[in-house]
Design a protein around this ligand. Structure first.
Ligand code: ADP
Ligand code: MG
Length: 409
C-alpha cells in the first residue's frame, strides 16, 4: 500500500515524500478511506502510530479539492486538542502536509495575546487547531464563525471529553452544524467515554483499531521498587550512566518538578521543567530546547503526557507513578514513536503499590519488574554526587576543626 493509492491530491503525496513517510501506518491505512468518504470515525490506535496524519491527510485533501481559490470561504474544519503544545505541534503537521495546497491552517490557543489571533482569523482560514477554551472565547466574541464547520476532530478524544472540556465542547456544538463529520482519535478510550462519544454524533461511529495492549509495541517498559526518598539517587544514576540520552521525567506535581530539577542541579545535572504554572513563552522555549537536544533532561507533569511528539526521546522515567491509570500509556508513549524504539522505567515506592496495581489492571498485564540487588541499591545511594557533597562537608568540618586547633596552639 502506498500513499498514492489513496484518492488524495498529488501535492500532499509530494509533501509526505519530503517528510520521509514511505508508506501509510496501520491507522492511516484504515482511517483515511473512511474519512475521505465523510464518514464518522472513532479511532483508537497506540501512541506514536501516526494518528495526526491519519486525519490531516484526508481533511486537507478534501478541502483543497473543493476550494476553487485561495480566497477565504469560512472555517471548514475544527481540530480540538487538550494542550497548547499539542495545538502548536498539530498545526505544524497540517502545514507540512498541506504545503502548496489551497488550504490554510491556523492554531489558536490560550496563554498568548488574542489580538494577533483575531487578525489572522480575519485573513481567511480553512482549518483551525485549537484548545477549547480559546475557541469558545473567540466564538462568543464573534471573532470566529464556526457555523460552516464540516468536520470536527477531537484528538486525544477521551481526555477532551474529561470533565473540564466537556462543557466547552457541548457549548460549541450548538454553533456547529448538526450535519457534519465527527472524528475521534486517541490511544486510550474507556466505556464511559465511548458512550459520550456516541452521544455526540448522529451517524454511527466506526471503531477502527483497538489494540489489546495499549502500550505501543516499540516500547520496553519496566518498574523498579524505590523508596520515595531514594528516587533522586536513582534518577541521578540513570542520567549519569546515559549522558548522551534524551530523557523525559514525569513527576506528580508542579512543586515536585521544580524540586527534582533543583536536586539534579545540586549534583551538576542540567534539566528543564514544564508544567502549567509556567507562562506560554517559557513553555514554548523549553519545548524547543528539549526538542533540539540543547538540554537533554526535561522534568514534566502530566501536561506533557498527551500527544506531544518530541523527536528521539530515549527514555521516559516515571519518577512518580501517574494517578490516572491511562496516563501511564500516554507518558511512556512519548518514546518509541514512529519506527523508533524506546524505554520507560517507573519508580514505584511502597506507598505507590496500590497505584501500580491499578495501572497493571488497566493494562491487563503486569509491568516487568527490574529487580535490584540490595548491594546495588546501596551502591546507587552511595555512587551519587550527593555523597561527594556530604564528604566535602565532612572534610570542611574536619579542616575547620584542625584550623581551630592550630589557632589554640
Ligand atoms: P500519534 O498521534 O499516533 O501518537 P503522531 O501522529 O504524533 O502519533 O506520529 C508519531 C510520529 O510518527 C511522528 O513523528 C510522525 O512524523 C511519524 N509518522 C507518522 N506517519 C508516518 C508514516 N506514514 N511514516 C513514517 N513516519 C510517520
Ligand atoms: Mg496524537
Amino acid at each position: 500500500m502506498k500513499f498514492s493509492d489513496f484518492n488524495i491530491t498529488p501535492e500532499i503525496i509530494g509533501n509526505l515524500k519530503k517528510l520521509g513517510f514511505k508508506k501509510p501506518t496501520d491507522i492511516q491505512f484504515k482511517a483515511i478511506p473512511h474519512i475521505l468518504k465523510k464518514e464518522d470515525v472513532l479511532a483508537v490506535a497506540q501512541t506514536g502510530t501516526g494518528k495526526t496524519a491519519a486525519f490531516a491527510i484526508p481533511v486537507i485533501s478534501e478541502i483543497h479539492r473543493s476550494k476553487r481559490s485561495r480566497r477565504a470561504e469560512g472555517v471548514r474544519c475544527l481540530v480540538m486538542v487538550p494542550t497548547h503544545e499539542l495545538a502548536i505541534q498539530i498545526t505544524e503537521v497540517f502545514k507540512e502536509i498541506g504545503r502548496g495546497t489551497r488550504v490554510k491552517t491556523f492554531g489558536i490557543y490560550g496563554g498568548v495575546k488574542q489580538d494577533p489571533q483575531i487578525t489572522r482569523l480575519q485573513s481567511g482560514i480553512d482549518i483551525i487547531i485549537a484548545t477549547p477554551g480559546r475557541v469558545f472565547d473567540l466564538v462568543n466574541q464573534r471573532y470566529l464563525d464556526i457555523r460552516q464547520i464540516e468536520t470536527l476532530i477531537l484528538d486525544e478524544a477521551d481526555h477532551m471529553l474529561d470533565l473540564g472540556f466537556l462543557k466547552d465542547i457541548q457549548d460549541l456544538l450548538r454553533y456547529i452544524p448538526k450535519k457534519r463529520q465527527t472524528l475521534f482519535f486517541s490511544a486510550t478510550i474507556d466505556e464511559n467515554i465511548k458512550k459520550l462519544a456516541y452521544s455526540l454524533v448522529s451517524n454511527p461511529i466506526r471503531i477502527q483499531i483497538s489494540p489489546k495492549n495499549p502500550v505501543a509495541k516499540n516500547i520496553e517498559h519496566g518498574v523498579i521498587e524505590v523508596k520515595m526518598d531514594d528516587k533522586r539517587f536513582f534518577l541521578e544514576r540513570i542520567i549519569s550512566e546515559n549522558p548522551e540520552k534524551k530523557i523525559l521525567v514525569f513527576v506528580r506535581t508542579k512543586v515536585r518538578a521544580e524540586r527534582v530539577s533543583s536536586a539534579m542541579e545540586r549534583v551538576g545535572i542540567k534539566s528543564l521543567t514544564i508544567h502549567s504554572d509556567k507562562d506560554q513563552d517559557n513553555r514554548n522555549e523549553v519545548m524547543k530546547k528539549f526538542s533540539v537536544g540543547e538540554v537533554k533532561i526535561l522534568i514534566a507533569t502530566d501536561v506533557s503526557a498527551r500527544g506531544i511528539d518530541i523527536p528521539d526521546i530515549d527514555y521516559v522515567i516515571n519518577y512518580d507513578l501517574p494517578e490516572q491509570t491511562e496516563n501511564y500509556v500516554h507518558r511512556v508513549g512519548r518514546t518509541g514513536r514512529g519506527r523508533n524504539k524506546g524505554q520507560a522505567i517507573s519508580f514505584s515506592s511502597p506507598r505507590e503499590q496500590e497505584l501500580l496495581e491499578k495501572i497493571e489492571e488497566y493494562l491487563g498485564q503486569n509491568i516487568q519488574k527490574l529487580s535490584i540487588e540490595k548491594e546495588e541499591y546501596r551502591e546507587t545511594l552511595e555512587l551519587t554526587g550527593e555523597r561527594t557533597d556530604w564528604q566535602k562537608l565532612m572534610l570542611e568540618a574536619e579542616e575547620g576543626k584542625k584550623r581551630k586547633r592550630k589557632k589554640k596552639k
